[in-house]
Design a protein around this ligand. Structure first.
Ligand code: ZN
Length: 92
């Protein structure tokens, strides 16, 4: 809804997405979509969740895009920004 500007810019080349690590923008096809998935946990209070690759972009939910830069791939394992979106900022 707030992506009107981005969409107009990308009109000629299709959707553009931003890498969550380096913030570099590129065509959607050049980034891998990841979504938050429930992995099930042992604790009753802490439902485990993680980012899972969704190369076909068929999974519901907010998408987090990772470019193909190896450096970003390495950092992505430690990327935790998505948790804020998922838990609504419940960190202590
Ligand atoms: Zn990147």
């Amino acid at each position: 809804m707030s992506d009107a500007k981005a969409q107009s810019e990308a009109a000629s080349e299709g959707p553009v997405r931003t890498c969550v690590i380096c913030r570099k923008r590129g065509p959607k096809a050049g980034l891998t979509r990841h979504v938050i998935v429930q992995t099930g946990g042992h604790g009753e209070s802490a439902a485990q969740s993680a980012l899972a690759a969704d190369p076909r972009a068929v999974m519901p939910g907010r998408g987090f895009y990772l470019c193909r830069d190896a450096a970003c791939g390495a950092k992505f394992h430690k990327f935790s920004g998505w948790r804020k979106h998922f838990h609504g900022g419940s960190a202590r």
